[in-house]
Every structure is written in C-alpha cells, then in structure tokens.
Design a protein. Structure first.
Length: 259
C-alpha cells in the first residue's frame, strides 16, 4: 500500500509534478491552515479522502484510470506552488539571514522558473517516443503467431486485462498470477504454476515479469525432470530503457500432453 502511494501514484501523474504536489501539501499545512480554515480543511479533506480511498482499494481497481481524479488537485497544487513559492523563499531567506543583491528579483522570477521547468518537463514527456512501451503488444503478437492448440494462459496481475484484449481472450478464460511481481521473485510463483500444470494436457503460456538480478525460471533453476515436459522461455522484452525489468513469454507443454 505504501509502495503504491509513494511510487505508483506519483508515476501516474509524472514524477516531478508529484513531488511538487507533495511539497505544496506540506507548505500549505504549515503556512495556510490558519487562514480560511473552513475552505482549507474542506479541500484538504477531499484530497485526503480521494487519495486514501484509491490507495486502500488499489488491489481491486488496478487500472490507472481510477487515479485520474488526482489530475485536478495536482494542477491546483502546482499552480499554488508557482504563485506562492516566493512567500516561502522570502521566509526561508529571512530565517537563514540571506541578504544578497537582486534577492527581490530572484523572488519574482521563481514562479516563472517553476512554470518553465514544468512546461519543459511536460513537453518532453508528451513528445518523447518510448521504444519499449509496446512490450505488451509484442508479447501478444508472439503468442498469436506461435500458439498451437488449447492450453491455459497465466498472466501477471497488473497486465492481464490488456493482454487479454490484445490476444482476444475473455478475462474469464485466463488465469491471473496473484503475486506482487515487484517484490516476489518470479522463480517462486512460476515454479508453482508449472507444478500445477504438470498433468494438464495442452500447450500453456505464462506471461510474467522478471526484475533485474532475479533468477530466470528455467528447467534447471526450477529443477524440472524430463517427466515434467518441455518448458521454454519463448520471448523476452524490456519494459523501459533502463532495462531493469523484462516481460517474459514462456511456453510449457507437460509430458502428459504427449501421451
């Protein structure tokens, strides 16, 4: 829950903006809560309720669309930070006893600097083409081109809806991997899936994430004997340019299917 609140939500609304939003939330509490108490607590209470409700229910509502409402308080917080930040820095300079030439000019330019920085960041994010963002489509295309016959499909929890859409399957037709793939090593839950499928005929596919440094689930690492059947890492796709995470498409055909 804390990982979702402090990492996932800020990433949904662009990290620099998320940081400014948190900074303004702290500044507003200390500098403005004594003025217009009713308005302050109505607005603050609404934001706290929305963020709390979304965080508590994050396991049920996996789509980022449910966090879209955060755009509104985010824009308001960023605007307030841009306009009111000179008051904060004036107070800070006074406390630190910093008196230097052109101090007033700098204070006047701070909102312009903040706004220019946010605008540049948004433009770069909007027009930047991420060559790794289509890993889901590539994984789905591989499955559609190479699937043979019937079999079960296991998909990582945070991707199963989109993968189902790309491979033209109903959600009820796939198995969701109920594991936090950011903290749980893939080897542990993939091994359990293979054991479940040992005596299930068919050609089965597993879509899962592999974090950098984690052991790749192979026949050797899972200690599969020949009577388990054929396990193959069919395709691997990096999810970001940092190459710290891969989306894996694995194919498993148990020995029982060959009989």
């Amino acid at each position: 829950m804390f990982i979702y609140f402090f990492r996932t939500i800020p990433s949904m609304i662009f990290e620099p903006v998320g940081i400014i939003t948190l900074i303004w939330a702290v500044m507003a509490f200390f500098f403005f809560r004594k003025k217009n108490k009713t308005l302050f607590w109505m607005f603050a209470g609404g934001v706290i309720f929305m963020a709390g409700w979304r965080t508590l229910c994050h396991q049920v509502m996996l789509s980022a669309r449910y966090a879209a409402f955060l755009i509104y308080p985010t824009l308001i917080f960023c605007a307030c930070f841009s306009l009111k930040s000179p008051f904060f820095f004036r107070w800070l300079f006074k406390k630190l006893k910093w008196d230097f030439p052109h101090r007033n000019l700098l204070l006047k330019l701070i909102p312009v600097i903040v706004l220019a920085g946010l605008t540049a960041g948004f433009l770069c994010k909007t027009f930047r083409i991420d060559p790794y963002s289509n890993y889901r489509i590539k994984a789905a295309d591989y499955y559609l081109k190479h699937r043979q016959g019937e079999g079960r499909i296991y998909i990582a929890m945070f991707e199963y809806k989109r993968i189902c859409w790309y491979i033209n399957r109903k959600i009820s037709e796939v198995k969701v991997i109920n594991a936090d793939d950011e903290t749980v090593p893939a080897l542990s839950y993939v091994s359990k899936i293979v054991k479940e499928l040992k005596n299930v005929p068919g050609e089965h596919y597993v879509f899962f994430f592999l974090n950098k440094g984690d052991v790749l689930p192979t026949s050797d690492s899972m200690k599969l004997s020949p009577d388990h059947g054929s396990w193959q890492i069919a395709a691997r796709y990096y999810t970001t340019k940092h190459k710290k995470r891969e989306f894996i498409v694995a194919r498993y055909k148990p020995a029982a299917a060959k009989k």
